[in-house]
Design a protein around this ligand. Structure first.
Ligand code: UT7
Length: 321
């Protein structure tokens, strides 16, 4: 038995900010952002929270799967922007949905988080521990971003995507390649709140996202093709056999570079980065749900999902729709 996606959904905040608007906040331009990243606009939360976006996406995924919330056995939220330090976002989503029988927990693998969630769910399903799982990537990155730092604030957006996976004999996850390199953690990080206890008083302000963009770029264009090739080799498949490559939406130029390295046409690499920007762990499930809703995915299609992010972390998953 393997984990097979049987329903998807996504939820984006109502408010959108275009590049022109950002150029009123920091010294930037629509031309710079569009040319260097492919981003034209991003969704930002006003009333919404990470929990409400996650629950919204999850509700749609459950409806698409024809499942009741009480049937969910495992509920994983991949996020770095929960609404509370504790409890987990997963527990709060569990309460919103009424998924009373689920084991619920969060994972932090930044932009690779959804792939890590698939990895965990597939292992549990293959081993027979659980028969299904609700996997959610949900972020409100706008609260981690320093809105005076043009090097990062133009890149990120808020949103959530979800997928229900269930045990299946045919189709589903065929092979994965996944990894982490903690020695490079400083390349992309966000400090936790400072220690202020009776015996120590750190003076640093609350942390914001800090990134060495060029280092992340170099890491991504090198590592993503390698892990996709590794996953394809494990699956016994050639790049041509893949219908679509869904890559983490961080930068259009990274996606184009991966397409070139794999010698595959760009049309096989769908993008929503122009509308959604980089939504970290939510990026892949949002793209997947949008393609599903647009009727672009058909039974038997072979997909590769691949991403990279803080940690450093990365992953690729070959699956049959
Ligand atoms: O989910 C993973 C998260 N992160 C990523 O995937 C990020 C990967 N990296 C990237 O996408 C790119 O490195 C960036 C988009 C972040 C930056 O693009 P770049 O082509 O690597 O630009 P750069 O950092 O080399 O900067 C070029 C110039 C600099 O000015 P000078 O020193 O040449 O005068 C920057 O200060 O562009 C300047 N710059 C900007 N200018 C206008 C940096 N950000 C901006 C901005 N608007 N927003």
């Amino acid at each position: 038995m393997k984990a097979k996606i049987i329903g998807t959904g996504c939820q984006l905040p109502a408010y959108t900010a275009d590049n022109e608007y950002l150029s009123t906040l920091v010294e930037t331009s629509d031309e710079w952002i569009t040319e260097r990243t492919g981003i034209r606009m991003r969704h930002l939360v006003q009333e919404e929270t990470t929990t409400s976006l996650a629950a919204g996406a999850a509700g749609k995924a459950l409806a698409a799967a024809g499942m009741q919330a009480e049937e969910v056995e495992l509920l994983i939220v991949a996020t770095i922007t929960g609404d509370t330090e504790t409890p987990s976002t997963a527990c709060r989503v569990q309460a919103e949905l009424g998924a009373v029988n689920a084991v619920a927990f969060d994972i932090n693998a930044a932009c690779s988080g959804f792939l890590y969630a698939v990895h965990i769910a597939d292992a549990f399903i293959r081993s027979g521990v659980y028969k299904n799982a609700l996997l959610i990537g949900a972020e409100t990155l706008s609260k981690l971003v320093d809105w005076t730092d043009r090097g990062t604030c133009v890149l990120f957006g808020d949103g959530a995507g979800a997928a229900v996976v269930a045990a299946a004999e045919r189709g589903g996850v065929v092979a994965q390649s996944i990894g982490s390199n903690g020695s490079k953690w400083e390349v992309l990080s966000c400090a936790a709140r400072p220690v202020r206890n009776p015996v120590r008083r750190d003076e640093e302000p609350c942390g914001y996202l800090r990134m060495d963009g060029q280092e992340v770029f170099k890491f991504a264009v090198k590592t993503v093709p390698l892990c996709i090739e590794d996953a394809l080799e494990k699956a016994g498949m050639h790049p041509e056999e893949i219908t679509y490559y869904l890559l983490h939406q961080a930068n259009k130029r990274i996606i184009q570079s991966v397409a070139k390295r794999l010698k595959q046409p760009e049309e096989k690499f769908p993008m929503n980065i122009d509308r959604c920007a980089n939504t970290s762990a939510a990026s892949l499930p949002i793209l997947l749900a949008q393609m599903d809703a647009e009727g672009k995915l058909h039974p038997g299609d072979k997909l590769v999902l691949s991403g990279f992010g803080a940690g450093l972390t990365w992953g690729a998953c070959v699956l049959e729709w």
